[in-house]
Write a protein of this length. Structure first.
Length: 396
């Protein structure tokens, strides 16, 4: 076994014990109090004299913990990031073990957050301790961001970290989502909007015919579903096409009233050749077509709510190059991948910070029933991340 992997293997019992403790503390995004899981991490860090502090959102709510380990010499800072909040449990009766089990059965760590991403959080805490002990040979520094408010989609922890004037600006971020076969080095961006479609209110049983908002909204959904989006050209370095999806329709109540308002949620996934401006222009063309062929009492309002750019690192760009090299050195062979869904990497890309994601242990039930993480490759994954950090901190 590789020397680094052997050393990581000796630390994995402690990593697993911390991960078990975290899994046993429910921290569902937007549902549970994040205080207990943050306090558990803080207790572990304090017991090892690792410098850390809480992060808060603009309203003062806790949204994460950041650990900062400076090197002996000047240089760039790098960040390891793993979320401590989780997806909801779903139907608990469908689980074959408690969602907050934290038990290890065979090679599996059981429970919500075992895969996404409390095992990675525990691993990154231990790597912070390693870097502190090796600081005499490093330049720049390592930050470990343990964020909550991630599964809500608000990314409050990451936003607070980027806004914190005390935090050194990272040259790159490695996000500890699970899966050993692929390293996510890119992702489609997104543009999201609510479309406020107006109609005429009236009684559904009236002799008069009125054009309700739902009928107009249904026509608009058809126009959006039929919109043509460009395919990537043969020379495009970005492998995925843009995509438009209607994700929600809200309007009406009961049976006897024709509603005068219906709201449509639209999610458009972006590429370098089809950006937020293009997405908004396409949606507004569909809206204009609706208002022309099926006019209502008011024009349809377009309310943009979010926009993130796509991103894609070359395999020779940092921190992707360091992590790919370190993974291969310990016998793993992740493939660089551009993901369809967005992640914190898109948020970071908007700040000009390169990021990787989606490299970790094997898993099952992610965001679903019976979530579990396979601990078999944990020593190798640990060694890969530790090796990557060592490489990045080796030079000023």
């Amino acid at each position: 076994m590789d020397e680094n992997a052997a050393a990581a293997g000796r630390k994995c019992a402690s990593v697993i014990e911390l991960a078990r403790r975290l899994v046993r503390l429910p921290s569902r995004g937007g549902l549970d109090d994040y205080g207990p899981v943050l306090a558990a991490v803080e207790s572990w860090l304090a017991g090892r004299a690792l410098p850390h502090r809480r992060l808060h959102d603009p309203d003062g709510a806790p949204v994460g913990v950041v650990v900062e380990i400076p090197g002996a010499g000047p240089g760039r800072w790098w960040t390891l990031d793993a979320c401590l909040d989780t997806a909801p449990f779903g139907d608990e009766d469908a689980w074959s073990f408690p969602p907050t089990s934290g038990e290890v059965v065979g090679p599996w760590l059981l429970g919500r957050g075992a895969a996404d991403s409390k095992l990675a959080a525990a691993m990154f805490c231990h790597i912070a301790a390693d870097v502190r002990d090796e600081a005499a040979d490093t330049h720049g520094g390592l930050a470990v961001l343990l964020d909550v408010d991630e599964h809500t989609g608000a990314f409050g922890g990451a936003r607070a970290y980027l806004a914190d004037p005390r935090a050194p600006r990272p040259a790159g971020v490695m996000i500890g989502y699970p899966g050993p076969d692929e390293l996510v080095v890119g992702g489609r961006g997104l543009w999201r909007a609510r479309l406020h479609v107006h109609g005429t209110a009236g009684h559904s049983g009236s002799r008069a015919t009125v054009l309700g908002a739902i009928s107009r909204a249904a026509r608009l959904v058809g126009l959006l579903d039929g919109a043509e989006l460009p395919l990537p050209g043969p020379a495009s370095p970005f492998p995925l096409p843009p995509k438009l999806t209607v994700t929600a329709v809200h309007g009406g109540d009961g049976f006897s009233v024709t509603p005068d308002l219906c709201v449509i949620n639209v999610d458009v996934r972006l590429t370098p050749d089809f950006d937020a401006h293009d997405a908004e222009a396409l949606v507004r063309r569909a809206v204009d077509d609706l208002d022309e062929v099926l006019p209502g009492p008011r024009g349809t309002d377009v309310e943009p709510v979010a926009a993130w750019p796509p991103f894609r690192l070359r395999p020779d760009e940092e921190p992707a190059a360091a992590l790919l090299a370190a993974a291969h050195a310990v016998g793993l062979a992740p493939r660089p991948k551009t993901a369809g869904p967005s992640n914190i990497g898109n948020l970071l890309a908007g700040e000009g910070i390169p990021a990787t994601a989606g490299f970790g242990v094997r898993h099952e039930g992610l965001h679903g029933t019976d979530e579990r993480a396979d601990l078999t490759d944990l020593p190798l994954v640990y060694a890969a991340y530790h090796g990557a950090v060592r490489s990045l901190l080796a030079a000023p």
